[in-house]
Design a protein around this ligand. Structure first.
Ligand code: GLN
Length: 511
């Protein structure tokens, strides 16, 4: 792979965007297909297979789901950093994609021992793949290019097409033929994603973008091994460590005595967060005043995003279980309900981007912090609606599907107000030299979020070994929890709204 290429990507355009965008679109579509296909099955698989015999299986599943989610997004900080300083985006994306595909295939083996190793491969793989493909999108555009926001919206659409199709297909395969077919399909999805990316490289649609900073840095030897080889070796070597971390909660749990407070990933994660924030403080110290303000805002919007994901990512755990135990499902099964969020995001993408264009023309397009405040408020309303479903339960304690649909619609509106906009703003607010790292920090918001998801998951856990537990036995545990969540989300939204005038001033020329 050459490390320099002088061709000009400006010449290669498609539908008014750099051609490379569409290759990244399809690569990410399939990567997310694998990610969300697996995620839709994960909680149900843990509750019904891995922890089947435990009365506290919901708690164990919530703990592992939280640790997996935290690590799968926290690893993006490291992957982003290594890409910026050593590997470059192209190599990082390949490395990450291969590791993720291995993870999904190992998961398809369906064994307690390989289970954690599989999750660990996905954790490491996502760390290299996700932040780098996202910053690659930003890099296709010149600074200040007005097409960048819409480029990200198109990219976000790809994410959600994958996230929509996968839960339906993987859940169907999983239900009809067995879990491992569902997980296997996820692995195939990831390989297809890599083929798209490789095809883009072969056709040279990325021009001179995405290479390592220099050939020297790749060839530089550390402990006698070139860095370009050492990093993949270290990445694989970290898998057993992460697998151990993911399973540590279970071990503590299974020793008879339930030690709910001891969660190694939680502790490590908090220490890591302190280190990362210290590092950001160090970067800010070495930046100009303008850069410093922008980095500060980037961190702030990341924190707000984190709260939002903390409620949103419940879809793969508590809400999937609620769907299985308390909702009269139509058309889809419980795992398949994971497709609803993505479906609404796809449906909303075009109207929302038209709305932004219209509001920009009228010069009344609200600035980022206001959109973030509104996003959190929508999350609050969405959970409020879900909590209201209790009053419409039938004689078996099952609520109408429409409540889940409305909830997903509202939270998807919230997501559209925050996630694609934040993604684009991060690349605007971050100085070039640290943009992949900052993208890692952006994904760290999801990592933090999963700690919240774990906390809520444990609070709303049902103790039972009965596969058919549900109805009135579980209904109010969930709906009372949803009411609580809605209050927190609304409160957070109002706080952000109050802070918005200050934040927008700090953002300077970034909208
Ligand atoms: N749905 C988006 C994606 O998969 C964002 C997920 C997240 O950051 N929690 O990229």
């Amino acid at each position: 792979m050459p490390e320099t290429d002088i061709s000009n990507i400006e010449e290669q355009q498609l539908f008014g965007h750099p051609k490379g965008l569409f290759y990244l679109f399809f690569a990410e579509l399939w990567e997310r297909f694998s990610f969300y296909g697996m995620r839709a099955l994960l909680t149900l698989y843990m509750v019904n297979v891995i922890f089947e015999a435990l009365a506290e299986r919901d708690i164990a599943a919530a703990a592992v789901y939280a640790s997996y989610g935290s690590l799968v997004y926290a690893s993006t900080v490291i992957g982003g950093r290594i890409s910026d300083s050593i590997l470059g985006k192209r190599r990082s994306i390949f490395l990450g994609g291969i590791l993720m595909a291995i993870g999904h295939f190992v998961l398809a083996i369906e064994h307690d021992l390989t289970f954690y190793a599989a999750l660990a491969f996905i954790v490491v793989g996502n760390g290299f793949f996700k932040p780098n493909i996202s910053t690659f999108v930003g890099e296709l555009y010149q600074d200040g290019d007005p097409r960048k926001d819409s480029g990200f919206s198109i990219f976000y659409m790809g994410i959600n097409i994958g996230a929509f199709a996968a839960p339906l297909l993987c859940a169907w395969l999983g239900n009809t033929y067995g879990w491992h077919y569902g997980f296997g399909l996820a692995g195939i999805g990831m390989l297809i994603g890599l083929i798209f990316f490789w095809d883009g490289i072969r056709k040279n649609v990325f021009g001179n973008k995405g290479y390592a900073p220099s050939k020297e840095v790749l060839d530089k030897k550390v402990i006698g091994v070139k860095q370009s080889i050492l990093i993949p070796i270290l990445a694989v070597a970290s898998v057993p460590v992460i697998a151990f971390l993911l399973s540590s909660y279970k071990q503590v749990f299974e020793e008879g005595e339930f030690m709910g407070g001891l969660n190694i990933v939680g502790i490590i994660f908090n220490i890591l967060a302190v280190l990362i924030f210290s590092y950001i403080a160090y970067i800010m110290y070495n930046s100009t005043v303008d850069e410093r303000k922008k980095i500060f805002v980037a961190v702030l919007i990341t924190v707000f995003m984190s709260m939002f994901w903390g409620f949103h990512e419940l879809s793969g755990s508590v809400i999937t279980l609620f769907a299985a135990r308390n909702v009269n499902l139509l058309v889809v099964d419980a795992a398949g309900t994971n497709a609803l969020n993505a479906m609404f995001v796809i449906l909303l993408s075009i109207p929302m981007s038209m709305l932004w264009t219209y509001l920009t023309k009228k010069k009344i397009n609200p600035r980022t912090p206001y959109k973030f405040a509104l996003g959190l408020i929508f999350a609050g309303i969405s959970f409020f609606v879900l909590s209201m479903s209790k009053d419409s339960a039938d004689a078996n304690g099952m609520v109408p599907f429409s409540f889940l649909l409305i909830m997903y619609f509202l939270i998807s509106v919230g997501e559209m107000l925050m996630s694609p906009i934040g993604l684009s703003k991060i690349t605007d607010l971050s100085p070039k030299r640290i943009v992949s790292f900052m993208m890692g920090i952006w994904f760290l918001s999801s990592a933090f979020a999963f700690q919240l998801v774990g906390f809520i998951g444990k609070k709303l856990a049902i103790e039972s070994t009965d596969k058919n537990v549900g109805g009135f036995e579980t209904l109010s545990v969930y709906t009372d929890g949803f009411l609580m969540i809605s209050k927190y989300a609304l409160g957070a939204g109002i706080i952000v709204l109050l802070l918005s005038p200050i934040i927008k001033r700090l953002m300077g020329n970034v909208h």
